[in-house]
Design a protein around this ligand. Structure first.
Ligand SMILES: [Zn+2]
Length: 166
């Protein structure tokens, strides 16, 4: 068994995904990809390929800004990005807070690029996730953990709100 720092677990293929903080999995599950995601102080071995643009599958480490979720191909790139990035929490509305935990509601229509980056990140850990770019009909709920640097993304789920209006 291998204990990983963070993982994203799938709930249903149509409308919900959840990121969980720590979980144990058989070590053979982690042999599928030889790529890592570096996000803040965490390094996670990915389980599946994700269709990021620019053919990122060949680079051994992807660097992702833990606030805006933009990706970089190098440590130099993420350091340069971090020096300019003004984001300190997800976009959208803070709808819940208790202690250092917050939940943010993010409309896929209003914050399309952020939600696309979130889905691409989730795909690293969800084999049958197919939502990457068509995020507009979805609401995303991002859980963050606050410290002096900002609100760090630790989990999320999404739901299709178009279907709820019918
Ligand atoms: Zn950023």
């Amino acid at each position: 068994m291998v204990r990983v720092v963070a993982a994203i677990a799938h709930v249903t293929s149509a409308c919900a995904s959840v990121l969980i903080l720590t979980v144990s999995f058989p070590s053979n599950l982690l042999q599928r990809c030889d790529q890592y995601v570096i996000m803040g102080k965490y390094q996670m071995k990915v389980w599946y390929q994700s269709p990021y643009p620019d053919d990122t599958t060949r680079i051994p480490k992807m660097y992702i800004c833990e606030f805006c979720l933009r990706y970089q191909k190098s440590e130099i790139g993420i350091k340069r990005h971090a020096s300019k990035c003004r984001w300190r929490h997800p976009p959208g509305d803070e709808i819940y807070r208790k202690g250092k935990l917050q939940v943010w509601q993010v409309d896929g229509k209003k914050h399309k690029q952020y939600c696309q980056h979130l889905c691409l990140l989730a795909k690293f850990f969800l084999d049958h996730k197919t939502l990457y770019y068509d995020v507009e009909p979805f609401l995303f709920y991002i859980m963050t953990l606050a410290d002096t640097d900002g609100c760090h993304t630790v989990g999320y789920f999404s739901k299709n709100f178009v279907g709820l209006l019918i």
